[in-house]
Write a new protein. Structure first.
Length: 287
């Protein structure tokens, strides 16, 4: 009997491996190999000729150039780090607020959910680039208001943060579509009897949010932070990606230097992501 059960389990495992085999082959060929090969090229000066790819050992030279001589790359990395640290929490908070509102029993709720998700479908890289060039990512006529001009005249951190939000508010809202759906799905999983019991005990709406709703959403907040960080970092509007592409096809830099820039960028994203995940875990333990 045990042998029969073991045989059946082995057959099921074999069927499972057969189903995932195409994905595994595709991952190894089209993802794992290019990643490892790019790491290999980052330690070489690469020249593409009619005879093929020629490499000359540069050891850590490409990485040293990235941190010591490439001023533009360092500037773009610094600006990106600031933008992503600001933008990701704002996108997640906006998505949470909108999800809570759309989870209420309001009329045309399905229509509003569709409206907020539409940018995910239609806003491809080229579309976003064109819209950004036309200045539609900012709130219309915002620059005409006095408080905007006052903030523009000051150079402190708060003013810069305010100007960044005003100039990119529409774009940040476009990036909330998937996160809103994730939050709505999580909100609908919360047992309604918990809210009813809290109201009977005299808890206010604000207390219910902080003591019940928010703690129950911490796992999804973590998922959305990871998703938003990755989505923001690989966006076609990201100037670092454009800079890496330019260096890739320059004769004086080439694929080797571009690969080194890519790995530096990857490490920066990883550090930022770990910091954000650690912050959420800390807040979750404190709540």
């Amino acid at each position: 009997m045990n042998n029969l059960v073991s045989k059946l389990l082995n057959n099921k495992m074999l069927v499972g491996y057969v189903f995932i085999l195409p994905w595994l082959v595709g991952f190894v060929i089209f993802t794992a190999f290019p990643i490892i090969y790019s790491l290999y090229l980052s330690f070489f000066d690469v020249v593409i000729t009619t005879e093929g790819i020629q490499t000359k050992s540069a050891k850590w030279g490409n990485y040293e150039d990235a941190f010591t001589t490439d001023i533009q790359f360092l500037k773009e990395i610094g600006d990106f780090a600031v933008h992503i640290v600001i933008s990701v929490p704002i996108i997640v908070i906006l998505a949470l607020i909108i999800a809570i509102l759309l989870n209420q029993p309001i009329k045309l709720r399905g229509f509003f959910r569709t409206v907020f998700f539409l940018p995910v479908i239609i806003s491809s890289g080229p579309v976003l680039s064109k819209l950004t060039e036309q200045g539609v990512t900012a709130i219309p006529e915002m620059k005409e208001y006095a408080f905007y001009k006052i903030a523009e005249a000051n150079s402190n951190y708060v003013s810069k943060l305010f100007l960044y939000l005003m100039d990119n508010m529409v774009l940040l809202l476009w990036f909330t579509g998937v996160q809103i759906l994730i939050f709505i799905a999580a909100l609908q999983k919360v047992d309604k009897q918990i809210f009813e019991a809290a109201k009977i005990d005299g808890a206010s709406t604000w207390e219910i949010f902080w003591k019940i709703t928010l703690p129950s959403l911490f796992p999804m907040i973590l998922v959305n932070i990871i998703y938003t960080t990755v989505m923001y970092s690989i966006s076609n509007m990201n100037p670092i990606i454009e800079l890496i592409k330019k260096n890739m096809f320059k004769i004086e830099t080439g694929f080797g230097y571009a690969s080194a820039l890519s790995w530096v960028y990857f490490l920066v994203i990883t550090i930022i992501l770990l910091a954000m995940v650690g912050s959420v875990r800390f807040l979750e333990r404190k709540s």
